[in-house]
Design a protein around this ligand. Structure first.
Ligand SMILES: Cc1cc2nc3c(=O)[nH]c(=O)nc-3n(C[C@H](O)[C@H](O)[C@H](O)COP(=O)(O)OP(=O)(O)OC[C@H]3O[C@@H](n4cnc5c(N)ncnc54)[C@H](O)[C@@H]3O)c2cc1C
Ligand code: SF4
Length: 564
């Protein structure tokens, strides 16, 4: 960590070092700006701190999860569903799960790397079906930055020329594994589109980084920098410019404003000493993750901005969405007693099933994609839990061991990831009474799914059950009922929360303009998922990265023109 002088005024202060903040710091330092990057979490070096290639027996806990590592002890993320001293609250009846990372690089250290462009339809959904709102920009407005993101970071995939699944600049994709081939055959028989997956993992040398060696452990980080994390790909080149001041363990409290109504810096808590500090900057870029950014804006109250900063529209915290999700898994008898075979590959799926249907024949709007899991990864703690669900599985001693061998790799699962329509009942606000350990008021979440989402998830359940049946398999769990919400995951739990400071042309109904610049404060920008007007049936991070680069290029241009 570099020390910073309080009297320094930086060109830009970026808050948060994940996907959005890392890209902003990278683009702005390359463009010549002196940037202070505030990160609430600790330093993290994937090479030194990651657990790649550790065996379960390297730990007495065998890699089992902990409160700080809910996805397993070797997972490359510090943070989780609950962070000590940093609570959030929920309105009565709300079920919302909020995953937060607290480390350099944020959630990009362990994310799934499914890297999808939003398609042309995803930017103007209201014009197509009358629901939600259109974005003030089109796919063509973002395309050049998607291309640049592909070139900078590297991504594998295949050109498919599908209408709402734009192709990118791809490295060759890895071949499907055995269970993925079986799933492909069954899904295609039912009319489901199946293509190679698109993950930000390099399969040939790229910008000085080595290609993937197929250890299959991407969630631990990557010591060879073959997959994308902000920590591996964006922060080091920004540091090399000599223009980045990286300040970790720095919990931003609020954006400060001058008498002229412009942002003049960020106040933060130095977590190591517990002291309050301030960074002065001519421009502020918030990228603390969608909900944290809404929280920062709402907590940045002053006599000029009594309802929070950039909130003259009253929409900060509103139009919050997450991806819909549900899973089904089953046992595939034809995969029992499989001879050992090569399942090496990336830490993620090798196939992808994009949305393939026409909504005019369905009882829900929008769509979902399908992710597939299964196979014979390195066994870890809790491995093959529920062996009694297999025919004649379970028991004790030698026969139990035998069952593990026979059934290992004989199950497959499908996860649906769909588009939620923003609604008035899904939002966050400041809890009037609760503060975190730093005295910062916390968020209170409100959440209600509508029939749009319930019907969509019911369709996912039915589809996945049909694919498993087509594979000759047996599903492990009964079809969830309407009262069980058809198995819909809690809001927030798919970890694709977006919105809370949406973009728009109209300053009375949106927070930022088409360049992610606050309508009310021209030197304040947002570079995470908060400006998203809508979800898509795609994971959001590739769009966060492309928009952050686009916003940062706009800032650089405006600085050059003397407008900022
Ligand atoms: C297990 C998992 C799998 C995922 N898989 C995928 C996937 O396959 N595809 C996909 O598109 N997306 C995926 N995601 C989502 C993806 O990680 C996020 O969309 C992305 O990281 C968001 O980027 P961000 O910059 O907004 O936030 P983050 O990456 O979370 O970064 C925010 C940073 O801001 C810091 N911060 C927060 N508050 C403050 C503050 N007050 N002061 C200073 N710093 C602060 C945090 O510590 C953090 O480092 C996944 C997420 C998880 C957890
Ligand atoms: S599978 Fe490839 S990209 Fe993922 S951690 Fe292993 S080497 Fe790195």
């Amino acid at each position: 960590m570099q020390s910073q002088s309080r009297s320094d005024t930086y060109d830009v202060c970026v808050v948060g070092s994940g996907a959005g903040g890392g890209m902003a710091a990278h683009t702005l330092t390359k463009a010549g700006a002196r940037v202070a990057l505030l990160e609430a979490g600790q330093m993290w070096d994937p090479v030194k701190d990651g657990a790649m290639l550790k065996w379960p027996y390297d730990s007495p806990r065998r890699g089992a999860s902990t409160r700080e590592r809910p996805f397993g002890e070797f997972d490359g993320c510090i943070g989780g569903w609950q962070i000590d001293g940093e609570p959030y609250t929920m309105a009565p009846g709300t079920k919302f799960d909020w995953w937060r990372a607290r480390m350099l690089g944020g959630r990009t250290n362990h994310w799934g790397r499914i890297s999808l462009r939003f398609g042309p339809y995803d930017f103007n959904r209201k014009s197509r079906d009358g629901l939600g709102d259109d974005w003030p920009i089109t796919y063509d407005d973002v395309k050049p930055w998607y291309d640049e993101t592909d070139k900078l970071i590297g991504i594998f995939g295949s050109a498919e020329n599908l209408p709402n699944e734009p192709d990118g600049i791809f490295h060759p994709p890895p071949a499907p594994r055995c269970y993925e081939r079986l799933a492909t055959k069954a899904a295609r028989k039912l009319g489901v589109t199946v293509i190679p997956s698109r993950l930000s993992i390099i399969t040939k040398p790229h910008n000085g980084r080595a290609p993937c060696h197929y250890c299959g452990q991407c969630n631990r980080g990557c010591m060879t920098a073959s997959n994308f994390s902000s920590t591996n790909v964006l922060i080091p080149p920004a540091q090399k410019t000599g223009r980045l001041t990286l300040i970790t363990d720095a919990m931003a409290r609020e954006v400060t404003v001058g008498k002229d109504g412009l942002a003049n810096g960020v106040s933060y808590i130095d977590k190591k000493t517990g002291t309050d500090k301030h960074i002065s900057a001519r421009i502020v870029v918030l990228a603390a993750s969608a909900c944290e950014t809404a929280r920062l804006l709402l907590n940045s109250k002053s006599s000029q901005f009594p309802n929070g900063l950039a909130n003259s529209s009253g929409t900060v915290g509103k139009y919050l969405t997450d991806t819909t999700g549900t899973d089904v898994s089953g046992f595939i008898p034809k995969m029992v007693d499989m001879p050992p075979h090569n399942e090496d590959g990336v830490g993620g799926m090798h196939i992808y099933m994009p949305w393939w249907l026409d909504n005019s024949k369905l009882d829900f709007p929008r769509g979902y994609h399908i992710e597939t899991y299964g196979g014979r990864g390195v066994p870890s703690a809790g491995f093959m839990g529920g062996i009694h669900h297999y025919p004649k599985g379970g028991g004790y001693g030698a026969s139990l061991k035998d069952d593990y061998r026979r059934y290992y790799g004989a199950s497959v699962g499908f996860s649906g990831r769909g588009e939620q329509i923003p609604n008035d009942d899904c939002y966050c606000e400041i809890d009037p009474t609760v503060v975190d350990q730093y005295g910062i008021p916390v968020l209170r979440f409100h959440w209600k799914w509508t029939d749009h989402e319930y019907n969509q998830v019911k369709h996912m359940q039915e589809t996945f059950r049909a694919i498993i049946a087509e594979m000759g398999g047996q599903v492990f769990s009964p079809m969830p009922t309407k009262d069980e919400g058809y198995g819909i995951a809690n809001g927030g739990s798919i970890i694709h929360e977006l919105g809370g400071a949406r973009m728009g042309k109209d300053a009375t109904t949106s927070v930022v303009n088409a360049n992610c610049q606050a309508h009310d404060v021209k030197n304040l920008f947002i570079a995470d998922g908060a400006p998203f007007v809508s979800q898509a049936d795609k994971n959001p991070t590739w769009t966060i990265l492309a928009l952050s680069m686009r916003t940062s290029d706009f800032i650089a241009q405006q600085r050059k023109a003397g407008a900022l």
